[in-house]
Design a protein around this ligand. Structure first.
Ligand code: S6P
Ligand code: ZN
Length: 190
């Protein structure tokens, strides 16, 4: 009988309490107000500089991007804050390969997953610790932190999904999530 082969360990670790991803192969990006300003309706940010971090993503690509059949894993942490009456949020994207789906799972904090189909119909799913979200293919997805603490969630998506940010840059979502009298409210664009 042959011994089972010992695959080389990539040494990636997840702290399942806070979701933090560690390891030499973990990549990181940060989005600041200067990166995101055009996404907000009233982009003036009183008391917040352009370098204010809105969110960070740490992720692991165990196979090359665009390879069919693989999976990526990531953690997004969105700070608590607002630009005007809109909550701090991710850029939002469709997958470049439209039929590619994704899972999100909330770890800490509270917020809203904003989902828009290609007919530009927008709906919300509430994100709370433990909530699990299946994002089907063809659905643009963005997360807003509606709480007073950072919101963190893990994501798992196909390695060949890619990201189409340009469609969101050009047309936005069909509705904005706003703080109306302390309540997150989806307000259709006029
Ligand atoms: C990737 C997945 C997440 C986001 C992250 C930041 O498909 O949906 O890892 O990349 O939450 O959002 P965005 O819109 O800036 O990529
Ligand atoms: Zn995605």
């Amino acid at each position: 009988m042959t011994e089972p082969s010992q695959a080389a360990s990539p040494g990636i670790r997840v702290d399942w309490w806070c979701g933090r991803l560690e390891g030499l192969l973990v990549r990181e990006s940060r989005k600041t107000l200067s990166h995101l300003q055009k996404l907000f309706q009233y982009p003036a940010c009183e008391g917040m500089g352009p370098d204010t971090v809105v969110y960070r993503v740490r992720w692991w690509e165990p196979v090359p991007a665009n390879l069919e059949g693989g999976l990526f894993w990531g953690l997004t942490e969105i700070e608590s804050g607002q630009v005007g009456d809109e909550y701090f949020m991710t850029h939002g994207h469709f997958h470049a390969k439209r039929d590619r789906a994704e899972y999100y799972g909330t770890i800490q904090g509270s917020g809203m997953l904003i989902l828009m189909n290609e007919k530009r119909e927008t709906r919300l799913e509430e994100m709370l610790p433990g909530s699990l979200h299946y994002i089907p293919g063809g659905i643009a997805h963005r997360v807003a932190n509606t709480g007073v603490a950072p919101l963190s969630f893990w994501a798992c998506w196909p390695s060949d999904a890619g990201h189409d940010y340009a469609t969101i840059d050009a047309n936005g979502f069909s509705a904005r999530l706003k703080n109306r009298n302390g309540r997150p409210t989806l307000v259709p664009e006029e």
